[in-house]
Design a protein around this ligand. Structure first.
Ligand SMILES: Nc1ncnc2c1ncn2[C@@H]1O[C@H](COP(=O)(O)OP(=O)(O)O)[C@@H](O)[C@H]1O
Ligand SMILES: [Mg+2]
Length: 256
């Protein structure tokens, strides 16, 4: 199997991996973290990536987001081939075109919520689009918390700041690695709702790694990884259908 038939080659992709492989180490200690993965992340689509621990979820996300190098294959963000970029260009692309949300909120404690939201753009010397910023802040319900420091906000509110920060520069694509992993279920549901709204209402493209079927059900589709390969894909997932799929993998072993 060279190219996954699951990858849609016809519609516009915000990001695309083709035959992407990532091998750590050499010889006996070699680990194939990604084994010729081909996948499209289409514009204005919310994709969840699931799979057992060690299946390559973070590696896939990091390679597609330009945070890590890969061994072979190619990655595109929009029309830009990542493999062709020098370090500086890659840094600029990450800054201008990609938003990140991590499990840890990664806010600066001395800055207000608003300053945290606009920080990446301030660093880049870009002026935020005021109207867009207002839309984003309203959507995540932070209008009356903007002058608060992170320590004055709940975990859920802090992650909402991180979501607003990711959305503020209108990136081509937002990547989240277990963005609700540190939140209670109610705050998690809020953050997932905002991510889904950003896709439905604002046309944002979102890719989220999660191990939680309930979180995955917020996505438009779920891509399943096992042993560095894409082994299945579910469209219009529900928590039940995702759980069912996960159980079947466990029962059958990791076959593609
Ligand atoms: N820096 C590294 N050096 C060596 N092996 C690594 C490194 N990072 C990840 N791996 C291996 O690559 C595989 C995929 O890891 P990862 O992408 O983190 O999986 P997941 O996010 O699905 O838990 C695992 O076998 C892991 O041990
Ligand atoms: Mg991981």
């Amino acid at each position: 199997m060279t190219t996954s038939p699951l990858a849609d080659r016809t519609t516009t992709a915000a990001a695309r991996a083709t035959d992407l492989s990532k091998i750590y180490g050499q010889g006996e200690t070699q680990v194939v973290a990604l084994d010729r993965v081909s996948v499209d992340f289409r514009q204005a689509e919310f994709t969840a990536i699931m799979g057992p621990s060690g299946s390559g979820k973070s590696t896939l996300m990091h390679c597609v987001a330009g945070l890590d190098t890969f061994s072979s294959g190619s990655v595109r963000i929009g029309d830009t081939e990542l493999g062709s970029l020098k370090d500086k260009q890659l840094t600029k692309l990450r800054r201008d075109k990609i938003g990140f949300i991590f499990q840890a909120f990664n806010l600066l404690p001395t800055l207000s919520a608003l300053e945290n939201i606009t920080l990446p753009m301030d660093i880049a010397g870009r002026r935020p689009d005021k109207e867009w910023l207002d839309t984003v802040i309203k959507m995540v319900g932070l209008a009356d918390r903007l002058s608060h420091r992170p320590s004055q906000l709940s975990g859920g509110q802090q992650q909402r700041v991180a979501v607003a920060r990711a959305l503020a520069s209108r990136p081509d694509i937002i990547f989240g690695d277990e963005p609700t992993g540190n939140l209670d279920s109610r705050s998690g549901a809020e953050v997932l709702g905002f991510l889904r709204n950003s896709v439905r209402e604002l046309g944002q493209t979102v890719v989220m790694v999660t191990h939680d079927p309930v979180a995955a059900a917020y996505a438009d589709r779920v891509v399943f990884l096992a042993d560095g390969r894409i082994v299945d894909e579910v469209h219009g997932p529900t928590a039940e259908s995702v759980l069912d799929r996960m159980k079947r993998f466990d029962a059958k072993g990791r076959t593609s």
